[in-house]
Design a protein. Structure first.
Length: 504
């Protein structure tokens, strides 16, 4: 090969390479480095020991801050026409002045967990975003151009999202370290780092106010256990890390209790990092798959007196409030059952049962031990996949049902009135055979309202004894000792539900 031929061949090859790179960038294709799988940071479960001194928090901030990022999102929302604004029918011919889609921006925080640009944040930070920009430590949102990122996977239940940079910086990324959130205890020192009010990499320090705090999620009737802290968390801190004194992530900051101004009141919540770590492989695949058996559990703390009334050996177990169509009903589970074991493992409370069920692979059949009428029995339940959209549609349908009419009601002394079922009302509410009393009115703020009783509920039993008339209902409620619960099974929206009314 001549020298000219060699250089000509080399030039053609280089040109082809350049053209290929340009085409890849224009088509939005990721570089080869983005093809690697996510490497989940190892968890350090060593006990937290050592004294706190003047340099402790400075060291934590210096070591952890480079892994914390600020996030800016852009989303498009459909505006309302003037008819909708004034409550008019949008289908009317007089519809006019329809607003154009509005572009809105948001800000939050996150932290890097993999050298290939994977970042953890909150689902509500990136939800519906059409554009995501990430600002690394040292970059200013009001001055610098952010690095583009894509949403890899989201989970509305834990309010967690995994995103990935589609353009890496010219230097290696600093990756956060994971601690063990199960080691946290009330009073432990913690640090929050984030982007409150677009003030990037702001550090605040506080203590763990409580662990295992049950908090309502963005999904109706679904709760998650969270870490409560008084480390200042404000708007924009969402998605940032909560760190222990070793600078390890133990939670993702996600909720605050605030006044009308949105300022910090010393009550913030973080999703435990152990919860997030368990679902990271699913987030990387884009979808978190959870188990479901079709029950609603009581979030009310069980007392020693409750355990005695139910025939339990200790104050443990998860109380079943209602059973919907699904695996639990097929297996024979009923409202009022106390689940004390799931798949051979003891169940201490409702949150623990929910965690066990959701972490079980759909399609698995597990033994579930329950206590019913002071006797233990085992049911075999085949876990199915949780469909949150379908579940929420059922909740909305139940909330839309009409109230029952009040006809000659009788007060029970529990903040509700009951009346006899007529043939018309029995047909209207599809009441079971032998049912004889229906709730006609509920006092706002009374015991019945606090227990979730609603007008139109058909009363089936009280403390495991069937009731078929108003007289039986009132007599059974009068027999409940002061300070004890009346366990009432009601029929609502085609299913049985347990309500607990404490007699004051």
């Amino acid at each position: 090969m001549s020298t000219k031929t060699f250089f000509r061949s080399t030039l053609i090859a280089l040109s082809a390479l350049v053209v290929g790179m340009v085409l890849a960038s224009r088509l939005g294709l990721s570089p080869a480095s983005f093809a690697g799988n996510l490497t989940v940071p190892a968890t350090n479960s060593a006990p937290l020991t050592g004294a706190i001194d003047a340099s402790t928090f400075r060291t934590v901030a210096q070591s952890a801050s480079p892994a914390v990022v600020s996030i800016r999102t852009t989303a498009t929302r459909q505006g309302m026409g003037i008819d909708e604004l004034f409550g008019l029918d949008p289908r009317s011919q007089g519809r006019r002045f329809q607003q154009q889609p509005q572009v809105v921006t948001g800000a939050g925080s996150g932290f890097i967990i993999d050298k290939n640009g994977y970042i953890l944040t909150n689902n509500h930070v990136v939800e519906d975003a059409t554009r995501v920009e990430v600002y690394l430590a040292g970059m200013e949102m009001n001055q610098d151009q952010g690095l583009p990122a894509k949403v890899v996977g989201t989970d509305v239940l834990s309010d967690t999202a995994l995103i990935q940079l589609t353009q890496l910086p010219d230097h290696p990324l600093t990756v956060a370290k994971f601690g063990d959130s199960s080691q946290l205890a009330q009073g432990d020192w913690v640090m929050a780092i984030g982007n409150p009010f677009t003030l990037s990499n702001t550090v605040t320090v506080g203590v763990v106010s409580a662990v295992g705090r049950s908090q309502q999620t963005a999904v109706a009737r679904r709760y998650e256990e969270m870490i409560q802290t008084d480390a200042a968390i404000n708007r924009g801190n969402s998605g940032g890390p909560l760190l222990n004194i070793r600078g390890e992530v133990v939670g993702i900051n996600t909720q605050i209790v605030s006044d009308q101004s949105g300022g910090n009141l010393g009550i913030g919540f973080a999703v435990p990092i152990n919860t997030v770590r368990d679902i990271l492989p699913s987030l990387e695949k884009g979808k978190v798959v959870r188990g479901r058996i079709g029950v609603e559990v009581s979030m009310q703390t069980m007392t020693k007196e409750d355990a005695e009334d139910l025939g339990l050996d200790s104050v443990t177990g998860a109380r079943i409030m209602s059973v919907t169509e699904g695996p639990a009903k097929t297996a024979g589970m009923r409202p009022g059952d106390i689940v004390i074991e799931f798949n051979g493992k003891p169940v201490r409370n409702s949150n623990e049962l929910v965690s066990m069920v959701t972490s079980t692979t759909p399609g698995t059949t597990v033994p579930v031990k329950v206590v019913r009428a002071r006797k233990a029995l085992t049911l075999n339940v085949k876990v199915e996949e949780l469909d949150l959209q379908s579940e929420q549609a059922s909740v909305q349908t139940a909330q839309a049902r009409p109230n029952a009419p009040a006809e000659q009601p009788k007060d029970t002394g529990f903040g509700m009135s009951v009346e006899g079922l007529t043939p018309n009302s029995a047909r209207r509410f599809n009441a079971p055979a032998n049912a004889g009393a229906i709730v006609s009115d509920v006092d706002q703020g009374g015991a019945a309202a606090r227990a979730g009783i609603q007008p139109g509920d058909v009363i089936l039993s009280i403390n495991d004894v069937p009731v078929t008339s108003v007289a039986q209902v009132t007599k059974a409620l009068e027999a409940v000792p002061v300070g004890r619960n009346a366990r009432i099974i009601v029929f609502r929206d085609g299913q049985e539900t347990l309500a607990l009314l404490r007699k004051q």
